[in-house]
Design a protein around this ligand. Structure first.
Ligand code: B12
Length: 215
């Protein structure tokens, strides 16, 4: 029987190697061995996706390869997420999306899955979300938490516009705002008036729970 570390390495490797069929077997083997699905997603699949990102930065992978890596990651997630126990007691409503002009949604999807499994009722606006749509969705759905993702330095200031828009509509004090994504830092979060920042999906759950008074 393979150890947890061996299986996590395989999950990461199969994302990086675009193995969207073999990865399903490893994900099943991982669950059958009794290891936590959450770790499989964060310490296996996400690690593989980060490695794929590095290869793209180094120009060893191109767009086609990256998208195939993402397919393999989602194939693994489909199997692992079924086993994550949902905490149905707490149903805090939250909205999540990728800011205007930005179509990078892999990180956002991971954050959404982890928050959902932690018991949040997630409204997913998708990617390239217009500032006005973020504001409208937050107010119309009376959410307690707004989560915004941006992977590009050229789009990240759209988050500030959402925060300003919520204030103009008188809803800023009714909601907590959490931001994240590649170029986003804690100091940027403070600068734009967000309540919190996290650089990964697991930590995002802890931060969201504290923000919403669920801890
Ligand atoms: C995958 C990828 C793509 C894919 C996206 C596929 C998809 N559906 O998402 C494709 C190939 C389509 C793509 C396109 C482009 N890309 Co691109 N892409 C990447 C790449 C390689 C990896 C990103 C990724 O998915 N990482 C893996 C995930 C798991 O990590 P993550 O996103 O950081 O998310 C984690 C944390 O940040 C955090 N998090 C994320 N969101 C949130 C939200 C909240 C609320 C919280 C709390 C936490 C949180 O938790 C996540 C999980 O742990 C990065 C480079 C890199 N190494 O990051 C470039 C990168 C982001 N792309 C870049 C660029 C420039 C582009 C293009 C403009 C290229 C082009 N010339 O066409 C287009 C963008 C088009 C557009 N307008 O959106 C640049 C951005 C530069 C910048 N600073 O502005 C980067 C940095 C590459 C580079 N070094 O130049 N890209």
């Amino acid at each position: 029987m393979k150890s947890k570390d061996e299986l996590l390495k395989l999950l990461a490797e199969y994302v990086k190697d675009m193995e969207d069929e073999k990865i399903k077997d490893v994900a099943r083997e991982y669950l059958e061995a009794g290891y936590p699905a959450k770790d499989g997603i964060l310490d296996g699949l996400t690690v593989g996706m980060k490695e794929a990102g590095k290869l793209y930065d180094e120009e060893e992978y191109y767009i086609a390869e990256l998208l195939l890596c993402a397919d393999a990651m989602y194939a693994g997630i489909d199997i692992l997420k079924a086993e994550i126990k949902k905490d149905n007691e707490k149903k805090t409503k939250a909205v999540i999306g990728v800011i205007d002009g930005d179509t990078h949604d892999i990180g956002k999807n991971l954050v959404k899955i982890m928050l959902e499994t932690a018991g949040f009722d997630m409204i997913d606006l998708g990617k390239d979300v217009a500032v006005k749509d973020f504001i409208k969705a937050a107010i119309d759905n009376k959410v307690s938490l707004v989560c915004m993702s941006s992977l590009m330095s050229t789009t990240m200031y759209g988050m500030k516009k959402v925060i300003e828009g919520l204030a103009e509509c008188g809803y800023r004090d009714s909601v907590k705002i959490m931001v994240g994504g590649g170029p986003v830092t804690e100091s940027f979060a403070i600068q734009i008036g967000a309540d919190a920042y996290s650089d990964n999906a697991i930590e995002a759950v802890n931060v969201a729970k504290i923000l919403c008074g669920l801890n």
